[in-house]
Design a binder for this molecule. Sequence first.
Ligand code: MEV
Length: 316
Amino acid sequence: MDNKIGVGTGIGKIILIGEHAVVYGQPALAIPFPATKIKTTIRRKKGSITLNCFFHQGLLSNSPKKLVGLVSVIEQIVHSFNERLEDFSIDIESSIPPERGIGSSAAVAIATIRALYDYYNRPLTDDELFKWANVSEQIVHGNPSGIDMSIIIGETPLYYIKGKAFVPFTFKLDAYLIVADTGELGQTQAAVSSVRKLIESNPEEGKSLIKQLGVLTNRVKVSIEKKDVVKLGQSMTKAHSLLKKLGVSNSSLDRLVSVALDNEALGAKLTGGGRGGCIIALASTIQQADFICDKLLSNGAKNTWILDMELIRNGQ
Ligand code: MEV
């Protein structure tokens, strides 16, 4: 009994196109990002629950405000099992940089929910996992579309429309996707609420931008199906300019997008909530991708990753 343990994992996600518009019923395309991962380990340990993670090391009950979604879901799950809220420790190891638009909050929740179910030896369906992760995401983001949780749970590329059945979207493309981190914390909740305010104060402009992003997502889907990486890149860059008009970019994101485009990226845009966080850029060869990464790193990016788009599939 003393070495009782529960383990759960969750990977990162990348939104190719459609962020923000997806909150308003437009489609979005997103892919798993398994190069980044969260692992939660729960161990039996006498006394009050402790949490060891990037943002907090100490008693769970003393966690900072930004962890309130995670703490709430832990408490609700333990309560639903009719177990006592004590006698275990939670360790969260992460290679997903937090608050960068690549899904760390949903992945932390998902890894921890999986670990709790494993620890208490209960079966967990994907629907239950989604329901619990949504408890945390509602608190963290206010009005999540569900795209982050869906990608992280399913670990497969999706063409996603809020509230509709998931449409897996596996593909092979002769191209490379660069992810570059500005190193600045993104502000998904603030960005989502500023988009809502724009739509309320200027419905004509706001709704038109959202609709144009939806049109672009459908265009990207066709470009991917036709393996037209040039058009795919052009749509990504156009999406960035629409997101900028929506007010969710910032100078660091714009700068990295420009650096990528000045160095022959086929397209580039911010990814995720914006106002910090990461950009993505498309390159046609690995040499070009390496070159663009070097340029991004010497122009302020804190980290870069390269994804081979031939290999984007379930469990890459
Ligand atoms: C965040 O990763 C994506 C947003 O579209 C918000 C959401 O869909 O919940 C900005």
